[in-house]
Design a protein. Structure first.
Length: 92
């Protein structure tokens, strides 16, 4: 596996984004167990969650690309090429 400058911590960004997506899906669901609860956030709040997910995934992209550059797996040219490609894919 390449990288490692940040001890692969950037993968936590993706887990956090997935956890927030699950919170959106679970919003306003009633639990089957008495200990379960459901948040009832407004659409405005859920929209902010979506914005946060996008920002977190951008943080992952930048951290991953910088990690590979600092670890010597990419040079500056490939850093810029891969960053551009990943940002374009993110925006689609």
């Amino acid at each position: 596996m390449s990288g490692g400058h940040f001890d692969y911590a950037q993968y936590k960004f993706e887990q956090i984004a997935c956890d927030i997506e699950q919170e959106i899906l679970d919003n306003d669901k009633s639990g089957e167990e008495s200990w379960e609860y459901a948040n009832k956030f407004s659409q405005s709040t859920l929209n902010s969650f979506e914005d946060g997910i996008k920002a977190i995934r951008l943080a992952y992209i930048y951290t991953q690309r910088i990690d590979w550059l600092l670890s010597g797996d990419d040079g500056e040219d490939s850093f810029h090429e891969r960053l551009k490609t990943e940002l374009e894919n993110h925006n689609e």
